[in-house]
Design a protein around this ligand. Structure first.
Ligand code: ADP
Ligand code: ADP
Length: 230
């Protein structure tokens, strides 16, 4: 169970060296994994292969023992929430409509969706009475990112992919969002793959940190191990 990368390579056309270079990893169900490394080391590419936004050049990725290439893309993505730095909320839609996108695609009944929206907003500490009917532009960056997390979790995915989700947020808000995400992850036992170039953020959040350099994994260890054996 969990997510297993086996000799995963990604080589973009017309490039000298692979962006992801023979990565093998064994990630346990419910782990909070942080990919850490400088810009350009392949973190985003690795993440985007998990929900098949990109194909692998070679190697395999298995989720709960099944090769993701054996799973239909739509089906795969239903089980995977995705949060990026630009929260990607639809600007013309209210917060409640943004959160409801995936449940509506899945044809949940509206009463269930309505209840779910309140639950999710409360989970990320936004008062539903205040926020449901607003549009993204009427929220701060930090509040928008909370909605982004709520939306990614709407249909109850087992896995969350998060690509520098707090990168554009001021330091104080970032700390509170990190704490909240940590609490939510412990509570809901999601497997989280989180990308950052911020060492403090990695140490704060991760069960285990995957340090990357030029497409390769150079360290895979707990924050404690990394602090005591840098
Ligand atoms: P990171 O997320 O660690 O910043 P990326 O995965 O975005 O790294 O990029 C890894 C490498 O792959 C970089 O050298 C980048 O320039 C290259 N790269 C990323 N996306 C593409 C693309 N679509 N086409 C060609 N090269 C790309
Ligand atoms: P970018 O080009 O910035 O990397 P993407 O093309 O990855 O953006 O994603 C575009 C939008 O689609 C984003 O708002 C993202 O949240 C959403 N999205 C992409 N893949 C998924 C997924 N697997 N599940 C849910 N939302 C997704």
């Amino acid at each position: 169970m969990g997510i297993v990368f086996k000799n995963v390579v990604k080589q973009y056309p017309n490039t000298a060296s692979p962006a992801v270079d023979n990565v093998s990893l064994d990630i346990r169900e419910g782990e909070f994994i942080v990919f850490l490394g400088p810009s350009g080391c392949g973190k985003t590419t690795l993440l985007k292969m998990v929900n098949k936004l990109y194909d692998t050049t070679s190697g395999t990725i298995e989720i709960d023992g099944t090769d993701i290439n054996q799973v239909q893309t739509e089906q795969l993505r239903r089980g995977i929430g995705y949060v990026i730095q630009q929260n990607g909320l639809f600007p013309h839609m209210t917060i409640e409509a943004n959160i409801a996108v995936v449940p509506r695609l899945l044809k949940w009944d509206e009463a269930k969706i309505d209840k779910r929206i309140d639950e999710l907003l409360e989970m990320v500490h936004l008062d539903p009475k205040v926020f449901r009917k607003r549009r993204p532009s009427q929220l701060s960056g930090g509040q928008q990112q909370r909605v982004g997390i709520a939306r990614a979790m709407a249909a109850g995915p087992k896995i969350l992919l998060m690509d520098e989700p707090f990168g554009a947020i001021d330091a104080i808000t970032r700390t509170s969002l990190q704490d909240e995400l940590h609490r939510i992850q412990r509570l809901l036992k999601k497997t989280i793959l989180f990308v950052t170039h911020d060492v403090d953020e990695a140490l704060r959040l991760a069960d285990r940190i995957i340090v990357m350099q030029a497409g390769k994994v150079v360290q895979f260890a707990t924050p404690y191990e990394i602090l005591t054996n840098p």
